[in-house]
Ligand binder design. Structure first.
Ligand code: ISE
Length: 333
């Protein structure tokens, strides 16, 4: 069987997903694209061979000729579009974050729980990145002992024009919340967010520094800097009782010139996480075919959004904020 896919939103990520789907995923067909900007949808359909291009997301979701939907429209549209997919029980891969607020995510969790089966996957692609997978495997092997601390750095070249001050947490640091929960297999219990006083603007794109505690007594620190200028740079080191394990970014070449040896940085996440996006897409299509869920769930989307919400409160109030999650429905294990 071929999975006929419709993609909602052809901005940076929607276009990247469309290209990944047509180039790397046997068993799937890119059938339809839509975007608020119809011309962009048409241009992407010309490039990828998608049969239809439109501007109405509900036309894709309700089309019986579409088997599965990928949502890559702006964050504040995710809740309603995911609920529309759930209403017709159509498998959906929703870009992260599942929604900007915890309550919106809970609406999705409630609808999926009523449906009684896992239909929603969240695009937390780092779970498919070989470097993060190896960090998790190293911890699971037991040879490093128990995990004590996880250091995370997340730097972008420049924040997009639509970024607001809170998005360093709700749009960027959510990746770290998700991957830390996945590696440590623990929930966060508190967060304190700092901003360096020396930072000129304090507005969108300026750095935030978070210190989080987990229910297993680990400390996680996250630096997010969306205007770091020099390159896209994601680093991480897991510190355990008997050793540490760090991420290595994929690099294909090294330049030697005028007595200096140098390595390139990617300009954004698409190159750094290209393998992760490809493997995530393949895993999603396989899960649609087999009915066996893959990747981050709606519950995971909720958990990260709840941490982000507490982070925003900490930033506003200048103190540590406790994180208390709802009771996890049996559907999510
Ligand atoms: C962006 O939306 C992403 O998801 C990228 O992976 C992340 O690095 C960036 O900070 C976000 O704004």
């Amino acid at each position: 069987m071929t999975v006929r896919v419709g993609i909602i939103g052809v901005g940076v990520m929607g276009s990247d997903h469309a290209r990944t789907l047509v180039a790397n995923v046997p068993g799937a067909e890119l059938r339809a694209l839509c975007d608020a900007d119809l011309a962009s949808a048409r241009a992407m359909a010309d490039e990828t061979g998608a049969k239809t291009a439109g501007s109405d997301p509900l036309a894709i979701i309700n089309d019986p000729a579409i088997d599965a939907v990928l949502i890559a429209s702006p964050d504040n549209t995710h809740r309603d579009l995911t609920l529309a997919c759930l209403a017709v029980q159509k498998p959906v891969l929703c870009e992260k974050p599942l929604a900007p607020t915890a309550q919106e995510c809970l609406d999705i969790v409630a609808a999926e729980t009523r449906a009684g089966r896992r239909i929603v996957q969240i695009g937390y692609m780092r779970r498919f990145d070989p470097a993060y997978v190896e960090v998790k495997e190293a911890l699971r092997s037991g040879q490093l002992g128990r995990a004590l601390m996880l250091h995370c750095f997340h730097r972008n070249v420049s924040a997009p024009p639509w970024f607001d001050a809170g998005m360093a947490i709700t749009n960027s640091a959510v990746h770290e919340f998700d991957i830390a929960r996945w590696i440590l297999e623990s929930e966060f219990t508190s967060v304190r967010v700092f901003r360096p006083g020396a930072s000129a603007s304090g507005g969108a794109g300026s750095p935030v520094f978070l210190v989080l505690e987990t229910s297993s007594g680990q400390l996680v620190n996250v630096e997010t800097f969306n205007n770091a200028a020099y390159g896209y740079d994601v680093r991480g080191e897991l510190v355990c009782e008997k050793g540490t394990v760090s991420l290595r970014s994929p690099v294909n070449s090294e330049t030697s010139h005028k007595l200096i040896q140098s390595l390139p940085y990617p300009s954004d996440w698409r190159a750094r996480f290209a393998t992760a996006y490809r493997v995530q897409m393949q895993a999603w299509i396989k899960s649609v075919l087999t009915g066996s869920p893959a990747g981050a769930s709606a519950w995971d989307g909720y958990a990260s959004a709840a941490v982000a919400e507490a982070g925003l409160a900490s930033l506003a109030e200048g103190r540590s904020i406790a994180i208390v999650l709802n009771r996890r429905p049996a559907l999510y294990g």
